[in-house]
Design a protein around this ligand. Sequence first.
Ligand SMILES: Nc1ncnc2c1ncn2[C@@H]1O[C@H](COP(=O)(O)OP(=O)(O)OP(=O)(O)O)[C@@H](O)[C@H]1O
Ligand SMILES: [Mg+2]
Length: 243
Amino acid sequence: MILTVRGLEVFYGPIRAVRCIDLDIEAGEIVALIGANGAGKTTTVRAIAGLAPFLGAITYNGKSLTPNSAEHNLRAGISLVPEGRGILGRMTVEDNLNLGTYCRKDQAQAAKDIDGMFERFPILRERRHSLASLLSGGEQQMLAIARALLSRPRLLLLDEPSLGLAPKTTVAVFELISSLRRDGLTVLLVEQKARQTLKIADRAYLLETGRVVTSGSAAELANDSLMTQAFLGGTPSHETGAP
Ligand SMILES: Nc1ncnc2c1ncn2[C@@H]1O[C@H](COP(=O)(O)OP(=O)(O)OP(=O)(O)O)[C@@H](O)[C@H]1O
Ligand SMILES: [Mg+2]
């Protein structure tokens, strides 16, 4: 198990945003965290990334993530693409990528890895000297993912990467996430687009008002009544006989 979360609770002042969350991620999996607005998805990934104090236990590679700090967790191999992407719009594309390597000691290799990102995302090479704010939403999401990959994570946390993207661009982002898993990366994918998410995920958790209400393999959840009622618009396909 690369990550185990047990009894996670996060408070904002007196407000308990998530409670009793148990979650497991095995190396090489895409695990989805699905839930409506305010369900606690961002809070959960921020706790895992070291950005929110929490109660309970988060174990990464068999070790406790306490004390939990963003820099420590990043160095340990946990990288977050935050909700809204976290691109620095007044910096160039290239400088945003450089930021992704700041925690690395092997700067010569890091420079090569930036070249590798330009190979993988030719549009970023083309626009390397542009201000990041001038990129389209889809290009900014690619930049955010490329920047996160430059810290060489083992576990990538993606917080609603498809938010605000056109349908075609959303498909491209989901394909990119699948390709990352093929490269051996482990992914925790926060999403509201349940149908598309369940097509690329191995397993999923459904959050409602700060709790996990159901979980299982992606195939099981595609037929789970709580999931279908909340997210897939109707009757589970095994009840209708639909594929
Ligand atoms: N900084 C904060 N201060 C107070 N309450 C907060 C804060 N951030 C989040 N919350 C509350 O915590 C709960 C969980 O929020 P969170 O952002 O984790 O949800 P989410 O599932 O990511 O939602 P969304 O899909 O809208 O991004 C919500 O009730 C929210 O209002
Ligand atoms: Mg959120």
